[in-house]
Each structure stands twice: as structure tokens, then as C-alpha cells.
Design a protein around this ligand. Structure first.
Ligand SMILES: [Zn+2]
Length: 392
């Protein structure tokens, strides 16, 4: 169908008095911009292309040094995530590499990842520190994120994740490392204005509920709202602590109890699922249907990181949410755009196509309907990406 016919049909299908308003508005737009072709969220142009808002990826660790392909092969050969971590792999392996790499080199590696996800339709991204685990290492990561913010049009939010893991030398002295985070790292980060949010890995064997509460409270004193890794492997009442401390989001949620769902209801905390991580390390998927049926919203993000999700592709996340978590294409697209925007505090400006928001658009290749995006998983169906009004 031609775009003009489609516009006519669209207008004809609207209820009165909206129909008259749209006719007037359409006429006015054509007077000002005679060549204008109106796009509708569910519409196509004459070639069959559709327009969507860009993805809002509210959870990544895309600033890192090197990669962990060897651990990938170790896992194929039968080692678990915990066994690899106990052998000095995992987060501590990335921390060692990061501390040995210059800020310039980390920037150069990270900007390639950022450029790649922009091409894949991401128009806003949150990036965490957490591979430094030393004062200098954490500051180095956050400075790299700041430089990316300055040099790219994509919206970037920075999260301080000093509480990602306990460094080897603090394994038997947790309180000393938490003191380092609170009394050394946080004041420096705040004085350089390097972070928007604070995070911790609240998990059995990592940061306990009590330790995470201390970190959240300290972060809030510097104006950093919590966004917390929780319920990836075990449910230990961490979600309750996060909600009570005003967390903007709780992320991972592969294991969710009925009590957790009750706590999240009527809270301002957005649950965030990371299906690429479940896919890559073969752990359960977030029970999206159960949560949504209980009336909860859900956001989708990549968790782009070198160990458990070496992919920042939101198209794959949307497809996996439909295929494995039984979300409908509408629910998954919504979760990856407007709900993702909420989970990184930018829903006023990002996440949907509407007056007053950033002109951040994905224009697809000719497709039958947006159902094809998750259906044809693995196929790149994006023709062009516009960020802040400019095609990239
Ligand atoms: Zn993560």
C-alpha cells in the first residue's frame, strides 16, 4: 500500500473527534513540509519499511580490557561459573587485565563496542564500572565512560560498581573492602562527577544483603540511586532490601519468588531481565510471564560483558525474550525501549517516538510486520539508525 493511501486509511480508522483533528494536523504538516511522509508506529512506507524508537540498553559492562574466550572453552569442557571464578577466572580475571591496561587502550577497545551497538539500533546505554576493584582501576573505567559520553551522540549513563566482587586480598576481610568503596572510591567519584548510579552484586558468595544496604546508603548520600544485580543464582530477600532503599531497578532475576513479586508490586523499582546472559551461560530465564501476569512491568537489557554475555545486540535480546521467555513481540519491544529508558532514568527523553523526545529512530529494511524482528532472529533487519536527529 502507498504511504498516502495508508495515511488515508489510518485517519479513516480513527474515532471521531480524533479523525477530524488528525485531518487538520495532516493538512497543516503538508502545508509546512509538502514532501513530508508521515510514519506511524504500526505503519510502513511504500517500500515496507517501518520505524521504531531506538533500543535503550539499561545494563551493560561494555568498558573492559581484553576478553575471556578461554573461560568460554573451559565451560564447554564442563567447568561451572563458580569453578572458573574459584580458579581466578571470572570477574577477577577481567579486573587483572583492566588494571594492567592503559586508559587510552581501554577507551580504544570500548569505543568499538559502543559504535557496534549504535549500528545495531541502541540509542541509549548504561555502562558500569566494576572491573577495577581498586581506587585507580575504578576511576580509570569511569573516566573512560565519561570520555565516551563526551565523544558520542548516544545517551550514556554511568554506574559505579565497585561492589562487583571482593578482590583476592580482601576475601577474608569484607568490611575493609567495603570501607575502601565507601570512604575512598565514592568521595573521589563524586568529586569528579563520574557516576549517575550505584550498583552491587548482591548474591550468595558475593555481597550479602547487609553489605549491599551499606553500599546503597553510602551511594545515596552522594546522590547516586541504586541499580542492583540481584537474584541471579539465589533468592535471599535482596529484592526487598533494594526496593526499601529506593532502587531504580533490580537486574537479573533469574530466580524470583512469590514474595519477591509481592515486594515489587506498587514499588517504583523496575525489574530488568537479561536473557542473553541466561542463553550464554545456560542458566534459567527470568520468569517474565509469571511476573507480567502478576501485573509487573519488565525491562530488557543485554548485560554486555566479557564473561557471561559478550554481546551488546538488543535485537537478539528481543528475539530471545520472545522465543525463550514467551513475551509477545509488542511486550518485548516495549521492554527494550520505554521500560529500558525508565530503568536508566531517561524516560522523559527516550524510549518512544513522541513530541518532545529525542529523534532516536530505527528504520528497518522492508519487512512484513514488526513480528519479523524477533521471528527472523540472527538476521540484521535494520536499514538505518538515527540518533539525535542524525543518521549514523
Ligand atoms: Zn551485569
Amino acid at each position: 500500500m502507498k504511504i498516502q493511501d495508508q495515511i488515508k486509511e489510518y485517519i479513516a480508522n480513527q474515532p471521531e473527534p480524533k479523525r477530524t483533528d488528525i485531518k487538520v494536523l495532516h493538512k497543516r504538516i503538508l502545508q509546512i513540509l509538502p514532501k513530508c511522509r508521515l510514519w506511524f508506529l504500526d505503519g510502513k512506507d511504500a517500500k515496507g519499511k517501518i520505524v521504531l524508537p531506538t533500543w535503550c540498553d539499561s545494563h551493560t559492562h561494555l568498558v573492559y580490557a581484553g576478553n575471556r574466550e578461554q573461560e568460554f572453552v573451559d565451560r564447554i569442557n564442563g567447568l561451572s561459573y563458580e569453578e572458573i571464578a574459584n580458579r581466578g577466572g571470572g570477574i577477577l580475571n577481567s579486573a587483572k587485565k583492566l588494571n594492567e591496561t592503559s586508559e587510552e587502550e581501554i577507551y580504544n577497545q570500548s569505543k568499538l563496542r559502543l559504535e557496534e551497538i549504535m549500528q545495531q539500533g541502541t540509542g541509549a546505554v548504561e555502562i558500569k564500572s566494576g572491573y577495577g576493584l581498586t581506587v585507580e582501576g575504578e576511576l580509570k573505567m569511569l573516566r573512560v565512560i565519561k570520555r565516551l559520553k563526551e565523544n558520542y551522540p548516544i545517551e550514556i549513563k554511568a554506574t559505579f560498581l565497585g561492589a562487583h566482587a571482593f578482590p583476592m586480598e580482601y576475601k577474608e576481610n569484607h568490611s575493609a573492602y567495603i570501607d575502601l568503596i565507601i570512604n575512598e572510591m565514592l568521595p573521589k567519584i563524586a568529586s569528579e562527577n563520574l557516576a549517575d548510579y550505584i550498583d552491587a552484586f548482591l548474591e550468595t558468595g558475593y555481597f550479602s544483603v547487609e553489605e549491599t544496604i551499606k553500599i546503597m546508603e553510602a551511594g545515596k548520600k552522594y546522590g547516586l540511586e541504586p541499580k542492583i544485580h540481584v537474584n541471579q543464582f539465589t533468592a535471599i530477600d535482596g529484592i526487598k532490601a533494594c526496593v526499601e532503599n529506593g532502587a531504580l531497578s533490580v537486574d537479573h532475576l533469574e530466580i524470583v519468588t512469590d514474595e519477591d513479586i509481592e515486594v515489587l508490586k506498587n514499588s517504583k523499582t523496575m525489574p530488568v531481565a537479561l536473557p542473553s546472559c541466561s542463553y550464554f551461560i545456560s542458566i534459567p530465564y527470568t520468569p517474565a510471564r509469571k511476573m507480567m501476569n502478576a501485573g509487573l512491568p519488565l525491562a530488557l537489557a543485554t548485560d554486555y560483558n566479557p564473561g557471561t554475555t559478550p554481546s551488546g545486540n538488543m535485537n537478539f535480546v528481543v528475539a530471545t525474550a520472545c522465543i525463550k521467555m514467551k513475551m509477545t513481540p509488542e511486550e518485548a519491544i516495549n521492554a527494550a525501549t520505554i521500560n529500558g529508558a525508565y530503568a536508566m532514568g531517561i524516560s522523559e527523553t527516550h524510549g518512544s517516538i513522541t513530541k518532545g523526545k529525542k529523534a532516536n529512530l530505527i528504520i528497518t529494511k522492508p519487512i512484513n510486520s514488526y513480528y519479523q524482528l524477533p521471528y527472523a532472529f540472527g538476521t540484521n533487519l535494520i536499514d538505518k539508525v538515527m540518533i539525535e536527529g542524525k543518521f549514523i
